[in-house]
Design a protein around this ligand. Structure first.
Ligand code: F6R
Length: 237
């Protein structure tokens, strides 16, 4: 594990974009796993800038997002498909229609959707670089604390703490969907490289637990201690 400590959110975002950029330069048709939430917004802003300046070409890149709320239409600004289009895909030269994937939270059969999502990741040769944030309860994607690590892409019941944390994107906590579909630990852990970013005082304790505490499904991110190629960028903020 490589830990990079930086001073600010801006520095974290720049460094994360540099690492993603290096992956795109190394393998122009790479597969990148992406996250939503506040943490990666600055990273995406930097990637947009690099693309605008002609430094990065996303035309052959494929992306798979970690998660999506269940039964929230993609036209809703709170959906993760909408978030990704708005914060990244609409502003770079990626083939949004054919090369960007987000789990379908409106699928009738979420088990079949999860199986199809994992099969698609496999068919693309797996994920070259997976970007991850962390929830205050230690979740990665929406893999919430549990008694076991769940391998496939699956439906989850969101923890109260996750609903509370994400209420800021909705008009109130009651509007946050109670369930989501998330990439499971198999596709995440099989990514060739992991890029983990964390920012803010509220992430300090859980990030320490994740990387220096016991490996346990009660702290889902702790599974990353078993991954051979993890880069952690933490801002001192
Ligand atoms: C979302 C995701 C989540 C977030 C986490 C932190 O796609 O994967 O695990 O990374 O909830 O969210 P923020 O960055 O908003 O604190």
């Amino acid at each position: 594990m490589k830990i990079i400590k930086v001073k600010s959110y801006e520095e974290m975002s720049r460094k994360a974009a540099d690492i993603i950029g290096a992956q795109v330069i190394l393998k122009p048709n790479c597969v990148i796993g992406l996250a939503t939430g506040s943490t990666p917004v600055g990273t995406y802003r930097n990637l947009i800038e690099d693309n605008e300046k002609g430094k990065l070409d996303f035309s052959a890149v494929t992306t798979f997002n970690l998660d999506e709320y269940v039964k929230l239409d993609v036209s809703s600004p709170q959906s993760y498909r909408y978030f990704m289009n708005d914060n990244l895909f609409n502003h770079i030269n990626i083939d949004k229609e054919n090369n960007t994937f987000v789990p379908n939270g409106c699928a009738k059969d979420l088990v079949a959707e999860g199986e199809a999502y994992d099969a698609k990741i496999k068919a693309y040769g797996g994920i070259d670089l997976q970007l991850l944030g962390i929830g205050v309860d230690g979740h990665i994607g929406f893999n919430e604390p549990d008694e076991v690590f769940t391998a496939p892409t699956h439906e989850v019941v969101l923890d109260e703490s996750t609903i509370e944390a994400n209420a800021r994107f909705f008009s109130c906590a009651d509007e946050v969907p109670k369930t989501a579909i998330t990439m499971g630990m198999k596709s995440i852990m099989q990514a060739k490289k992991i890029l983990f970013i964390a920012n803010g005082k509220n992430k300090k304790e859980i990030t320490e637990k994740a990387f220096f505490g016991p490996i346990t499904p009660a702290v889902p991110a702790s599974i990353l201690q078993l991954h051979p190629d993890v880069t952690v960028i933490i801002s001192e903020e």
